[in-house]
Design a protein around this ligand. Structure first.
Ligand SMILES: NC(=O)c1ccc[n+]([C@@H]2O[C@H](COP(=O)([O-])OP(=O)(O)OC[C@H]3O[C@@H](n4cnc5c(N)ncnc54)[C@H](OP(=O)(O)O)[C@@H]3O)[C@@H](O)[C@H]2O)c1
Length: 267
């Protein structure tokens, strides 16, 4: 994808999964990437090392985005590393589908799936990372962004499909609403805002797919393109939205799920 020289990006949640691959892809397109992590600094450093090994430029920035003052901490580190350069691309990718510390063996039951057992703590933590953090990261990033800026938020196909994980879906719904409204507000500044909605993608968030017999086959059968999503299926879409070629696309929600549950009954 065409990226003017010297562009910079912040990718939140780039210590793993989809965010790691978005960071890799943007760096491969010539962008200097701030690789954000929450808890796993070493994993973020591994992302940076892989980028540098491939000839790209990246550095780490860390902050638990649910903590008080996290956005200030993050931007103090970011601005120091940018040394006066602005921020061209912001990818709000960090997210959780369960409460951050919910044991994974509780993931598939009603504890987090439906309305009956979700606690206020779980609900608040989902909204804090998936909706509140992107809002305030964008607020803090805007003074650094100019004409041609790109904001890309990572939502989920769960807003389109009545999958379980009700509170998670609600938090991503809030993120999607923010995207279209912000696109309208930031259009006069030449900044685009778009949202990408992955389907079921092969990352740690979905370790259950490999732990549950028949799950991968079942997901493939529900998907028009017949397989589980991969992180680079998502980063390819983000790279396009971040590029010069996408200058006339804003306020859009782009499904990147391979056609998950397109037919009635999912088949
Ligand atoms: N995988 C899927 O099937 C799928 C489908 C639809 C949408 N999505 C969305 O895609 C995004 C990435 O998902 P993924 O599957 O790649 O997830 P993942 O592998 O579990 O990685 C999550 C990333 O978010 C960061 N993070 C989580 N909580 C944080 C916090 N409180 N503060 C700062 N960073 C935090 C993690 O950082 P640390 O580990 O360093 O703390 C990690 O880098 C999420 O927004 C998710 O909702 C994923």
């Amino acid at each position: 994808m065409t990226q003017p020289q010297g562009r910079t990006a912040l990718v939140t949640g780039a210590s793993a999964g989809i965010g790691r691959d978005i960071a890799r892809r943007l760096a491969a397109d010539g962008v200097t990437v701030a690789v954000h992590y929450g808890r796993r600094k070493e994993a973020a450093q591994e992302t940076v090392a892989a980028i540098e090994e491939a000839g790209g430029h990246a550095f780490t920035v860390g902050a638990d985005l649910t903590a008080d003052g996290a956005v200030d901490t993050l931007f103090a580190e970011l601005e120091e590393a940018l040394e006066g350069r602005g921020l061209d691309i912001l990818v709000n990718n960090a997210g959780v589908s369960l409460g951050r510390d919910t044991p994974s063996d509780m993931a598939q039951d009603d504890y987090v799936a439906g309305i009956s057992h979700v606690t206020t703590e779980v609900f608040d933590s989902l909204f804090a990372i998936n909706a509140r953090a992107p809002f305030f990261v964008i607020q803090r990033a805007l003074p650094l962004m100019g004409e041609g800026g790109r904001i890309i938020n990572i939502s989920s196909a769960v807003t389109r499909i009545a999958w379980p994980l009700l509170a998670y879906a609600m938090s991503k719904g809030a993120l999607e609403i923010m995207g279209s409204r912000l696109a309208q507000q930031l259009g006069p500044r030449g900044i685009t805002v778009n949202t990408v909605a992955p389907g079921i993608t092969d990352t740690e968030m979905n370790s259950w797919v490999h732990e549950t017999p028949g799950a991968e086959e079942g997901i493939s059968a529900m998907t028009a393109l017949g397989r589980l999503g991969l992180p680079d299926d998502i980063s390819a879409v983000v790279a396009f939205l971040a590029s010069e070629e996408a200058r006339w696309v804003t306020g859009q929600l782009i499904d990147a799920s391979g056609g998950l549950c397109l037919a009635p009954g999912g088949m």
